[in-house]
Design a protein around this ligand. Sequence first.
Ligand SMILES: *[C@@H]1O[C@H](CO)[C@@H](O)[C@H](O)[C@H]1NC(C)=O
Ligand SMILES: *[C@@H]1O[C@H](CO)[C@@H](O)[C@H](O)[C@H]1NC(C)=O
Ligand SMILES: *[C@@H]1O[C@H](CO)[C@@H](O)[C@H](O)[C@H]1NC(C)=O
Ligand SMILES: *[C@@H]1O[C@H](CO)[C@@H](O)[C@H](O)[C@H]1NC(C)=O
Ligand SMILES: *[C@@H]1O[C@H](CO)[C@@H](O)[C@H](O)[C@H]1NC(C)=O
Length: 465
Amino acid sequence: MAGLPISLRHRIFLLLLLLVGSSVHCSRETYSIHELQWGKTSASHSTSGRRARRAAGATILEMRQHLQSPRSYLKLLIEDEARVESLQSRIKDPMEMEESTSEAQVPLVSGIKLQTLNYVVTMGVGGKNMTVIVDTGSDLTWVQCKPCSYCYSQKDPLFDASASPSYHNITCKSTTCYSLLRAATGKAGVCGADRSTCNYALSYGDGSYTRGVLGRERIDIGGTSIEGFIFGCGLRNHGLFGGTSGLMGLGRTQLSLVSQTTSQFGGFFSYCLPTRILNSSGSLVLGDDPALYKNSTPVSYTRMVSDPRQAPFYFLNLTGASIGGVPLDAAGFSNGRTLIDSGTVITRLPPSVYQTLKAEFVRQFSGYPPAPSFSILDTCFNLSAYEEVKVPKVRFGFEGGAEMNVDVTGIFYLVKKDASQVCLAIASLQFDGQVGIIGNYQQKNQRVVYDTVASRIGFAEEACS
Ligand SMILES: *[C@@H]1O[C@H](CO)[C@@H](O)[C@H](O)[C@H]1NC(C)=O
Ligand SMILES: *[C@@H]1O[C@H](CO)[C@@H](O)[C@H](O)[C@H]1NC(C)=O
Ligand SMILES: *[C@@H]1O[C@H](CO)[C@@H](O)[C@H](O)[C@H]1NC(C)=O
Ligand SMILES: *[C@@H]1O[C@H](CO)[C@@H](O)[C@H](O)[C@H]1NC(C)=O
Ligand SMILES: *[C@@H]1O[C@H](CO)[C@@H](O)[C@H](O)[C@H]1NC(C)=O
């Protein structure tokens, strides 16, 4: 099985790769051709229609990538690394973080630093459509509100609470202001100047923040109305939120959108992230419906690992991985400390796992010339001379036998358009005690299912774009 068929088109940023079957015992591999489109980082925010529809038991929202401004790949990876460092510092020692008065104590919201790889959906807030970043790593949903004392510029009109009859302030004496907000953000709210409103402040360590008052409002999500939804009315907001109106928090505490809509959607949501940056959309589905899975492989589930000190985060127990069907053995597996995150781009693995994975990948990919490292990516190849490349399958295994097959579009990161520097899109953490992260680059073309009531997360392969 020498070269495998596919063409590398240098000019138009298309890299067609042939995915090799998982078995290294080569006799009955199956092949299929996948098309990779590598980022043309020009702006395209919302040309496609904002659809939402309702299946029998579920509400489906179109999920798109939000591209605000051209960013270089290098910048993007540097920002991804900064985000991972902030996550690690919070997770490593949460008690210390909580007691400090520094603003870094609140969870870093996914996607903030990564404009080009944010995923957004449109929802109604008090009857107005708002495009918000989808984040599984935080809980408070917020939008920018009038009268802003400072707001970044956004595409939709600002939300005007005073003009909405369904808006109500939440008081600072409420448990929502104290305990729910504290559980969700690490910091309880405080009384506003008029001694009644609940002032919240959420900061992101890089200088990004939202501050404002907690309110209740009717929200509309793909045809379903939810009355009295608790959200943040952001009056001072700053940072890399692109031109979005705010953020949708899908984490694990009671304040998250998933928890607040349990009676409508059963504490269940799923998404499929699209592989293409332009003209494609995946879906965010609230609720469960068997019809959703008719185009996917069966869902395999693993247990959500709970850590009460890290309330918003979804942890999993990553028990193994395989490259081209060859299972890896490493000390860093099975510690129950792998985060699945919609906002981190590149998957990070403990060094013991990463080095084993890299060695096996390089062994199987040894026919291709190496290329220099690129930022955090240190397993790179020069494929510019090849019409055809053979890419080993990458598979992650989780407690309970769940498997996630990384889509072919999630294996390589094309650094140079002429394919002279193509890197394995997985990186190492600094030491084994750090928390592994399954990033969104490796979650593409998967239906990732969050069942918060049964406390499990599932994976199924699905071509969503
Ligand atoms: C908001 O979005 C929904 C769904 O896309 C659409 O049907 C509706 O017309 C929009 N409403 C406004 C006020 O733009
Ligand atoms: C909410 O609180 C703000 C600030 O005190 C106040 O201006 C506004 O009128 C209140 N809104 C409602 C609906 O009570
Ligand atoms: C995306 O869609 C727009 C409008 O539908 C079209 O003009 C454009 O060529 C498309 N871009 C790509 C890369 O397909
Ligand atoms: C992770 O799963 C493995 C295999 O089932 C198990 O041995 C290990 O104890 C689990 N780790 C945690 C932290 O639950
Ligand atoms: C990549 O490989 C091609 C063909 O072998 C070679 O001409 C080119 O110089 C290499 N590029 C780099 C950056 O090494």
